[in-house]
Structure formats: structure tokens, C-alpha cells
Design a protein around this ligand. Sequence first.
Ligand SMILES: [Zn+2]
Length: 410
Amino acid sequence: MPAEALKCKECSTRYPLDARYVCERCFGPLEIAYRPPSSDGAALKRRIQAGPHTLWRYADFLPLEGPARSALPTGWTPLVRANRLAERLGLREVWIKNETANPTHSFKDRVVSIALARALELGFDTVACASTGNLAGAVAAHAAAAGLPAYVFIPADLEAEKILSAGAYGARIVGVRGTYDDVNRLCTEISGERDGWAFVNVNMRPYYAEGSKTLAFETAEQLGWELPDRVVAPVASGSLFTKVARGFQEWIDADLLAGDLPAMHGAQAAGCSPVAQAFAAGTDVCRPVKPNTIAKSLAIGNPADGPYAIDLARRTGGSIESVSDDEIRAGIRLLAETTGIFTETAGGVTTAVLAKLAESGAIDPDERVVAYITGDGLKTLDAVRDSVEVAQIEPRFEAFEAVEAQEVAV
Ligand SMILES: [Zn+2]
């Protein structure tokens, strides 16, 4: 295993690679520390290219002893060149990383793959999570594939599509009357009381977070081992956003990529934008907010990695932006109409921020931009319900002609 320790992000104290997530000395978050790669860039590249078409091809950069026995292949999702979207935005080169193509239709399959694999290595017998929606389905599905019981804790007012699909995999679903931040607090408490439980985003969080690096690895490999100039990605806790940059940096350090980190732009919904607000105010202190937005999968009012996301955006020449619910709905339509990819509200946030950046001139028209579309529109159908019209007619040709004439008139 290339990982050698858990390390505090604040004070650098080291701990063994077990299930812990907070520093005993300073209460800072823990992350994985790796040994420098034992092979040169060329050998690493050959090993990656010979690997499976899943995220396990990046095992040299993951904190595991061996390939997991989980049977649910994850990752290696399409990177789609979006020429019609680029044209609409006045840009030359826009790519969409389409994470709806994962087994449970969101990027969460990646983080769960890594957390669950490590949980199995450490001997846990139950998997659990605190979820804003997509994680619930991913934990339920991967636990089912591995043959482990799963508990998923969610805010009780979550979209029905996300609750029902998680339930179909056989997970025990617990709806908590409160916000995601309330759910997270409860799960932290339960985690301390249940020894055999691997909470993927609580006690397994350092491993879980590493899964998002594979988004960067795949992107670079699919671009022909090159870096994008700019990245637009959603910010909820800030974990995905910071780990994507970490992935690019690890490959720069390992001589797999040449150049500097892309400018990193984070996308939030205005109804839950503590990180964007702090960025705009020029501080790195994210004041917790009570979420009120249709982008429920991004509705984390107290984001753990907010300060790190702000620092990253600043030092790469990026930004953290926010968009209104109407802009999110328009973003969903814009992406669907120009690429054929139907995204959930979080992807609407990302697309709307991409459009905003293009309009404001923040993106040079010749730059290569990658936007991360993290989840599927079929999970948040309410967001588009009012914007789609269905013409109802009698089964007669004349009735159809009447409808056709109306369409033309519009
Ligand atoms: Zn510490």
C-alpha cells in the first residue's frame, strides 16, 4: 500500500491507518499521507494503462492494501467534449465529466468504493452514512454488492427518488427531522457508540475523501495525459473540490503531468452558499447557514472543508460562485439541450456557474475548461416539473396538426 499514515492537516501529527478522522491534539481533520511513488512516471503510466476500466486502475494513488472485493464497478465515466455548449457560451473547449454514468448515477460511488474497501480491510461488519441524497444510494448499493448491512441517515424531507432507490438495495433508511448538519451531528454520536460500524463519511472520512481524486486522474488521462486550464466543480462540504486539485497535484508531483494546477472554480447554490459568501468577503471563515435551495445534494450549511476550498480557489486564480434556484433550473436545461446529459440540481449549479463565468469574461475563450457533472437528473425531477409541457391530443392526425401549428407559432 502506498499510504503510510493518517496525518493531521493542521498540526501534522501522524496516526496509524485505522478508522479515525480527527486529531487528538488539535481536533484538526486527518488525511492520508503517502510514500513517494516507488516507480518513475513512465512505469506508473504503463501500470495505470494496463489496469481495469474502473477507478481501481489508480491503485498506486489509493490508501488500500489490495483491490477490493466489492463487485460494483465504478468510475471510468465518459469525458464528453461539449461543442454545442461551448458555442453557446462563447468558449472554444469545454468538457463535461459525466458522473451520471456511475452505478448509482453519481460521483458518490467513487468515495464509497474506497471507504467500503478500507472498511472491509479493517474488519467492519456494517456500513453507514450521513447523506444529502446521492450518498445514501451509493452506500446502499455497494453494501449490497459486498453483502454487508447498511444504515443510511438522511434529512426527512429529501427527494423521494433518492430515498426510494436507496431503499430498493435493502438499506435501513432513517429519516431525521432536521437539516443535513443535524443528521451529521447525530451520526458522529452514533459512530462513537457502534464499534463495528464503518460510517463512510464520519470515521472512514479520510479514506472516503480520497475517492474524489480519481475524478482528476481520469480527467487527465482522458485528455491525453494533460491538464485542463480551468475546472468548475460543485462545493458542498468542499471535499470533492479540494480532492480534485489534490489528484492533479499528485500526478504533477509523480511526473505524470506537466504544468500547474488548473484555476479551480467552486459552485454553490445561493440558498446554501457559506463558502461563496466567505470567498466574496475575503475571509476564510465560513459562517454556518440554514440551507434553503432546490440543490439539496449541496445543502451543507457548515462545510468541513470550506476554508481549504477558499484557499485553493485563491491560490489557483479561481473563485467560489453562487447561483439562484432559477439559474440552477436554467443550468439543467442548458446542459440537457446542448449535450444530451440530464443532470440533477447540483449539475445545474455547476453549469449555471460555468455560464456565469463565461459571460463575465473570467474564462479566456481559448482555455480548456472541464465541468464536473456529479449526478443524474432523474433523481431530482421536481426541479424541472414546471418547465416541461406535454401536449395532450385525441388520437387523430388533425389533432396532431393543430399542436404542430401551435409549436411553430411559438
Ligand atoms: Zn492536529
